[in-house]
Design a protein around this ligand. Structure first.
Ligand SMILES: [Fe+2]
Ligand SMILES: [Fe+2]
Length: 313
C-alpha cells in the first residue's frame, strides 16, 4: 500500500432465485428454507437492488471488494452456479474475496458442485496457504491475500446446522492456524482485515444465530491484536470497539447489501473503506452507502474517520 487501500464490504446478498428448483431438491432443512424464501426472502432480496449495487460499485474507484457470505438461500448446486456467474460480473478472483455464510452451507453437500465453483474467489494467494502443515484439498481457510500493506484474512464459520439454527463454528484447526497467521502478518506490520460471516462478539445476534466458538476467537484476537474485523449475518449495522491486551480494534457488521428492508435498519447498505498509513498506525475512512427506495439507487449516507493504532503503540 504506497498511499491507500480502498475496498468495499458487501454481504448477505442472498442473490439466487429458487423459482426453478425441483421438489426432490427440497429435503429436510432445505424444505423449510424454501418456504421461508417463498413467503418472505424472495421479496426482501430484490434483483433491482443487486442491479443498483453493481452500478454503484462500478462508478467507484476500488482496489478490492470483500463479500462476507450468504450469497445463496439454501446452498443448492444451482445457486452456487448463479452466484459464480454474479461474481464474474462483479470482478476477477484477484479483485474479489469471498468467505462463506451459513446459508451457503445449509445442509451437507458435495464439494465438487458447490464450493468448488467459488474456489478462485476464496483461495489464498499462491504460496501463502501453507504455514506449517499440509492442508487437504478442500481446506481453504483461513485464507490469506496480501494487497499492498493490507492482509485480507478469511475465515469460514459456515457449517450445516439443525433446522431453526443458524449458528456458525470455526473449529480448533482453523483457530490454531489463525493464531499463526495473525502472528506472522502482525510481525510484517500489515493492516490485518479479518473477514468472517458470523459476528465474533457475543450478544450481537440471537443465541440461535451465534458463533459457537466466538469466545475462543475473541481471546485469540485480544492476544494478537488485529486492525479490523468485518462481518455480516445480522442483516443490520453494528459497530463494536473490542479491547484486548494489544489495544482496541473495530468489529463492524454490514447489513444485507440486497435487501429492500422489511425494517428500516435492514435496508440494503454497504461500506467503503479507505485505509491510509499514519504516524501512529492507520487512518480508516468509512463511507456508508445505502439504497434509496424511491430513487432505486445507492447514495452516500454517512462518512467518518477512525484512527486504528498499530498493536503495541
Ligand atoms: Fe444472511
Ligand atoms: Fe447468515
Amino acid at each position: 500500500m504506497n498511499s491507500s487501500f480502498r475496498f468495499a464490504h458487501i454481504s448477505d446478498l442472498h442473490l439466487t432465485s429458487l423459482e426453478d428448483v425441483k421438489v426432490s431438491d427440497l429435503v429436510n432443512k432445505r424444505a423449510l428454507g424454501y418456504l421461508s424464501w417463498r413467503l418472505r426472502r424472495r421479496r426482501e432480496h430484490a434483483p433491482e437492488v443487486l442491479t443498483a449495487l453493481l452500478r454503484d460499485l462500478r462508478q467507484l474507484t476500488l482496489d478490492h471488494i470483500v463479500i462476507t457470505g450468504d450469497l445463496t438461500h439454501i446452498g443448492l448446486p444451482s445457486e452456487f452456479q448463479q452466484a459464480r456467474q454474479w461474481l464474474e460480473t462483479l470482478g476477477t478472483p484477484t479483485d474479489v474475496t469471498v468467505v462463506p455464510g451459513n446459508h451457503d452451507a445449509y445442509v451437507q453437500a458435495e464439494w465438487d458442485n458447490t464450493f468448488a465453483l467459488w474456489t478462485p474467489y476464496m483461495a489464498s494467494d499462491p504460496g501463502l496457504r501453507t504455514i506449517t502443515e499440509q492442508w487437504s484439498d478442500h481446506e481453504f481457510f483461513p485464507s490469506v491475500r496480501v494487497r499492498g500493506r493490507a492482509a485480507l484474512i478469511g475465515l469460514t464459520s459456515a457449517c450445516p446446522t439443525a433446522p431453526f439454527l443458524a449458528t456458525g463454528s470455526l473449529g480448533p484447526t482453523q483457530l490454531r492456524r489463525l493464531d499463526e497467521i495473525l502472528d506472522q502478518t502482525g510481525r510484517q506490520g500489515l493492516f490485518r482485515i479479518l473477514l468472517i460471516h458470523h459476528p465474533p462478539v457475543a450478544g450481537t445476534v440471537k443465541w440461535r444465530k451465534r458463533l459457537t466458538d466466538g469466545s475462543a476467537l475473541s481471546g485469540l484476537l485480544a492476544r494478537h491484536g488485529v486492525e479490523m474485523v468485518l462481518h455480516g449475518h445480522a442483516h443490520r449495522p453494528s459497530v463494536v470497539h473490542y479491547s484486548g491486551a494489544r489495544g482496541s480494534f473495530p468489529v463492524i457488521g454490514v447489513p444485507s447489501s440486497s435487501a429492500l428492508g422489511s425494517k428500516p435498519d435492514h435496508r440494503a447498505r454497504y461500506h467503503v473503506y479507505e485505509v491510509c498509513p499514519s504516524p501512529a498506525g492507520w487512518t480508516v475512512r468509512i463511507s456508508v452507502r445505502g439504497y434509496a427506495l424511491r430513487d432505486r439507487c445507492f447514495f452516500g449516507e454517512d462518512q467518518r474517520d477512525m484512527a486504528v493504532p498499530c498493536p503495541g503503540n
